[in-house]
Design a protein around this ligand. Structure first.
Ligand SMILES: Cc1cc2nc3c(=O)[nH]c(=O)nc-3n(C[C@H](O)[C@H](O)[C@H](O)COP(=O)(O)OP(=O)(O)OC[C@H]3O[C@@H](n4cnc5c(N)ncnc54)[C@H](O)[C@@H]3O)c2cc1C
Length: 324
């Protein structure tokens, strides 16, 4: 139930606007690498020094105006140039709805094409992040269209979808990220229990490790990571066929440990001020993640308006649900 509350909070426009204004003061910098490209490049440098590469996400999603989508595109193009100029080890993750998928498919495709073309000059990978179910097939369509022109593109398979295995088989020749899935999806097409999702997650990872081009295993779940380590050893899968991925700021010690153990490790590095929906999804996954931000808020004794407002809204949503 809590997951649904946080997901609906993540879509609240008022809170998104407030969070943009006050967010970094409130401690969001623990999970956001910076607001500017320069700060982000510095954060990536620090990760690289620890033997960790980065996939950079220009925060934001669900653009409703063309202007927003074009600004996002310009920002991503700037990051691509900066990654190249500064010689840091990083690539790009992007969200189709930020680049205009809800406005017009062709408009979004043109934006993505420009980004993929720019990255291709530097042999840089572009990962299309997967969003909710309504955008799943259109995102695969975008990738199919981009692959007609370029090959530096891959996407994400969300293990909670019952179609995930079919999608993965179709895209086995690509670099793919496999995740559990971050949105709240209905029983008609998504597994609901942790056991079912974890079981499918492992099945998909093992399939792609055996048959796929390159597998990014994106999870903070130490049990899954341990199983993967065992599986690659037993099946003689070389380290250059896969990597582990985690989000910036989460389980930092484990990120460094895995890199030290000789595994490829890539941190998902979000930047910008549009952090609110991203962070609410992290709370939906694991309410304890609030600790990351709460510590900062109280240490700095800054404005707690958003926290209070978010709490009030969560409470209201819960009360409404009980009434139904
Ligand atoms: C790099 C990356 C990219 C992603 N991209 C997408 C995407 O494109 N689309 C999408 O839908 N989702 C994406 N996700 C989110 C993903 O789908 C999951 O929602 C999210 O990762 C939570 O699941 P989990 O596997 O990390 O572990 P969970 O199921 O959240 O946790 C399992 C267990 O791991 C342990 N654990 C987890 N987190 C912590 C922690 N911080 N500290 C201590 N213990 C912990 C706990 O014991 C917990 O019970 C991405 C995730 C990552 C890491």
């Amino acid at each position: 139930m809590l997951k649904g509350v946080f997901i609906s909070l993540s879509q609240n426009q008022l809170l998104t606007t407030a969070a943009k204004k006050y967010g970094l003061k409130l401690g969001a910098q623990t999970v956001v690498a910076g607001t500017t490209v320069e700060e982000t490049i510095n954060s990536i440098r620090k990760l690289n020094a620890l033997g960790i590469s980065a996939t950079v996400d220009n925060l934001g999603e669900y653009s409703i105006e063309r202007e927003e989508a074009l600004e996002a595109k310009a920002s991503i193009l700037e990051v691509i140039e900066s990654i190249h100029t500064n010689g840091v080890d990083a690539h790009i993750s992007l969200k189709p709805t930020q680049l205009g998928l809800d406005i017009d498919y062709d408009f979004c495709y043109e934006n993505l094409l420009e980004i993929v073309a720019a990255a291709s000059k530097y042999n840089m990978h572009i990962n299309i992040d997967m969003e909710d179910y309504d955008h799943l097939q259109p995102s695969f369509d975008l990738m199919d269209d981009l692959l007609k022109e370029y090959d530096n593109v891959g996407t994400v398979i969300q293990a909670y979808f019952d179609r995930a295995q079919d999608d993965l088989e179709k895209y086995k020749d690509l670099r793919m990220r496999i995740v559990k899935g971050a949105y709240k999806e209905p029983i008609e097409y998504a597994f609901q229990t942790k056991e079912d999702i974890d079981e499918n997650f492992i099945k998909l990872i093992e399939y792609h490790l055996l048959h796929g081009k390159f597998t990014s295993i994106a999870t903070h779940d130490h049990r899954i990571i341990d199983q993967v380590k065992k599986f690659v050893k037993e099946n003689n899968i070389p380290n250059d066929k896969f990597e582990f991925q985690m989000l910036y700021g989460f389980r930092k010690d484990m990120q460094v440990d895995l890199a030290k153990q000789g595994y490829n490790f890539c941190t998902y590095v979000p930047f910008g001020d549009d952090w609110y929906a991203y962070f609410m999804r992290r709370l939906a996954e694991r309410p304890q993640n609030l600790n990351l931000v709460v510590k900062q808020v109280f240490n700095k004794r800054t404005n707690t308006a958003i926290g209070v407002l978010a709490g009030a809204l969560a409470l209201k949503t819960l009360v409404n649900k009980k009434k139904k």
